[in-house]
Ligand binder design. Sequence first.
Ligand code: ADP
Ligand code: MG
Length: 697
Amino acid sequence: MMVSDYFGCMVFNDEVMKAKLEPEAYQSLQRTIQDGRSLNLSVANAVANAMKEWAVSLGATHYTHWFQPMTGITAEKHDSFISPAKGGKVIMEFSGKELIRGETDASSFPSGGLRATFEARGYTAWDATSYAFIKDGVLCIPTAFCSYGGEALDKKTPLLRSMETINRQTMRVLKLFGNEDVTSVKTTVGPEQEYFLVDKDCYKRRKDLMYTGRTLFGSKPPKGQETEGHYYGVIKPRVQAFMKDLDVELWKLGVLAKTEHNEAAPSQHELAPIFASTNIAADHNQLTMEIMQKIAKKHDFVCLLHEKPFEGVNGSGKHNNWSLSTNTGVNLLEPGDTPQENAQFLLFLCAVLKAVDEYQDLLRISVASAGNDHRLGANEAPPAIVSIFLGEELTDILHAIESDSQYDVKEKQLMRVGVHTLPKFPKDSTDRNRTSPFAFTGNKFEFRMLGSSASVSEANTVLNTAVAESLRQFADLLENAEDFEKTLHQLIKDVISKHKRIVFNGNGYDDAWIQEAEKRGLSNLKTTPDALAHYLDEKNVALFTSHKVYGEKEMQSRLEIFLDNYCQIIEIEARTMLDMASKDILPAVSEYSGLLCNTLLAKKAVSKAVDKSYEQEMVERISTLTALAYADVKKLQFVLTSLHKEPNVTARANYCKDRILPIMQSLRASADELETLVSADSWPFPNYGELLFGIIE
Ligand code: ADP
Ligand code: MG
């Protein structure tokens, strides 16, 4: 079968709607989708019925309101379509009310205190802009999830709110440039998803992978990723079969999976879709992660989405390609050909510069997690410092505008925004620097700090809102300008001079950059607790509340959830380490050194020259390391007992960072060295070599 025959076959998309709905109902639904108007109940009933008929014809028996609670994974509760009918029979039913709104027990989802003030119930509301789809025989209706009082309990609601505010502010700016045909603007996102595949049997023998998604122990294999031979390398047949299956499943669900290739680390791969409007991209990325894990199991793999499954090997991120697009199909970050288009482009570029500079901390927070802390700044990922890569040409152009100097010496003219055409700069020169956390790549920005397991919603909510704030200020100024062109030119100059410190085209992995960034006054929030300490800073609360993306109470609840998640992860990791060290590593090492001691005794019986013998030295080193490891085990046990005595969640998070993580690191160091001394057969679980290079065909 051809891809075009089955692409989107499990999606209640526009084509299906048109075919299954009366023209009037279809039109009404279109208005809801395009302009966000609410759906009246009779239309909702018609849509629900059409959806049910369609879903049942494809074998679905249940429906669910599919949502993205603060756990970061998607949630679904299945209800069947059945309804009792005469004679002990059933009919399949689905009403408009059931489509539009659902009620669910919210008590098992994190609410960060919102639940205490309101009731335990949560409500899900259909997000009509994202198509319903069928997954495993269940009709999934994408929804937003709120409390009784309307507070967002999910990641989707704020994302939709941020899209509204950026739409409103962008429209104001576009009007000023005379774009009469544009009626709405959406942000677009294409998230490139990295992941590892490991063999299922190996995985099952590693408690750390099973409980925490990353290896808590493991010494470097003889070959790491030094050669980078894996990057874009030939894909092994077993992996290829997985990727093929994955594509088919995703295509059926209407996900535009486009490229699949090997990544830099052994056993690491990437999937990139074609971009879509942000809320759909967020839904699709969530689906992609879920389907990846499901298909991997079918192929006897386990798909690891953790940000740093292996120490000393590249971690996995998610590159969030972001732009702004009009309903007429114009990309607002695409440099144009005329002075007018260029001026508009420069203004949007400036909006991003200003937003990223002023809300560095929020962008950092949006990617903060226990897992990503291991990855950011770890030599293969952007550092925890947010900066923008613009490329030399564009930076020169901005500099020329700022300083009223000549950009192009040959043409001998000053760059006047809105009067002169931008000099052409080659697009391909904009994407060379892979070390930048936030890079302009010709007609979009690529935010590279996101962790691989994160929902893209957090980062895009911040990005949309911060850019909306820049645009709001620009529009306020320009709408009242007497001389539009002059004011615009001055505005762009001012923004460049005020925010150019955020532009950095050099090597972001270089230590010198950390010092330079400090001189520039850029923030460097190394860990999740460090970053989260700024979440409720006055300017951040003002940003979100003034754009109605979060209320203050919602922000407080979110902060509590982020901190609590962080603590939970570290506590589970610490307990897993204790378990592995006490039950597996120390007993195995003890047994092995017993063997060495026996040999040593036997040798001593026949020869006196054993002082420098292999056995003697090994036993000594192993004993030293065992003692160190055992001491750390006891320390870790001790600090864990005090964790829950901390007065609040902030204190607990700092306790995890300052008291628990250092002991975990120290325990790991001893255990990893022990691994290099003990015979391969005695080591209780598969090593890095087997995990990373075990898939041979
Ligand atoms: P590559 O990085 O392989 O050169 P691209 O840079 O063209 O490929 O695209 C990388 C990702 O960026 C893809 O997911 C693509 O769909 C996405 N992308 C391209 N244009 C846009 C845009 N205007 N808005 C958001 N994402 C985009
Ligand atoms: Mg790219």
